[in-house]
Design a protein around this ligand. Structure first.
Ligand code: F6R
Length: 243
């Protein structure tokens, strides 16, 4: 595991964007596993600026996102498809058909999850998986539970996740209670994993994830077993007295 300390959110975003661009430069047809949420906004902005400056070419890149809310149409501004289009895809030269998220608009969530796993496999797996960290230790929407779940699955979101994500919605009641998420399998099978964490509210869970027992009660703790894990975190998330 490699831990890269950044001064603040801006520096974290820059360091993470540099790792992703190095991946794309090295392998132009990389499969990137992507995430949404506030952590990623800064680094996506930087990737867009690299593209605009002519330093990055996404024409052969393929992406698979971690998750999507169940029941939200892609045109809904709270959907993760909308977020990805708005914050990255619409501003770079990636082919829309090369961008993938689970669909939240399905009758049969299980069937959609099985199809998503098959899709990831057909792409040859993920080269670089970008992850944020939930306050409860979730990665993707793999919430704390009794066992790590390998396959993509439909999950009931934890109260703490609903509360945390309500900042993106008008009312807490509007936050969907269910989501589809990539399972632990493709995340752990990714050739490299890049975990980005910022802010003091995440210091305690980050410490548990990186140095606590490996347990499905803290889903991100499984990352300790990944052979190529890079963590980019700001000073607040890496509070000296907690490490
Ligand atoms: C979102 C995702 C989540 C977020 C996590 C942190 O696609 O996979 O695991 O990374 O909830 O969210 P933020 O960055 O909003 O704190």
């Amino acid at each position: 595991m490699k831990i890269i300390r950044a001064k603040d959110y801006k520096e974290m975003s820059g360091k993470a964007a540099d790792i992703i661009s190095a991946q794309v430069i090295q392998k132009s047809d990389s499969v990137l596993g992507l995430a949404t949420g506030s952590t990623m906004l800064g680094l996506y902005e930087i990737l867009i600026s690299y593209y605009r400056n002519g330093d990055l070419d996404f024409s052969k890149v393929k992406t698979v996102n971690l998750d999507e809310y169940l029941g939200l149409h892609p045109s809904n501004p709270q959907s993760y498809r909308y977020y990805m289009d708005q914050n990255l895809f619409d501003h770079i030269n990636i082919l829309p058909e090369n961008t993938h998220l689970p669909s939240g608009m399905v009758d049969d969530a299980e069937e959609e999850c099985a199809a998503y796993d098959a899709l990831i496999e057909s792409l040859g797996g993920v080269d670089l998986q970008l992850l944020g960290l939930g306050l409860d230790g979730h990665i993707g929407f793999n919430e704390p539970g009794e066992a790590f779940i390998k396959e993509s699955h439909c999950i009931m979101l934890d109260e703490s996740t609903i509360k945390a994500n309500s900042r993106f919605f008008d009312y807490e009641d509007d936050v969907p209670r269910h989501a589809l998420t990539m399972g632990i399998g493709p995340i752990m099978n990714a050739k490299t994993v890049l975990l980005c964490v910022n802010g003091k509210t995440k210091a305690s869970i980050l410490k548990q994830v990186l140095f606590g027992p490996i347990t499905p009660k803290v889903p991100g703790s499984i990352l300790q077993l990944h052979p190529h894990l890079t963590v980019v975190a700001d000073e607040e998330a890496l509070l000296i007295d907690k490490f």
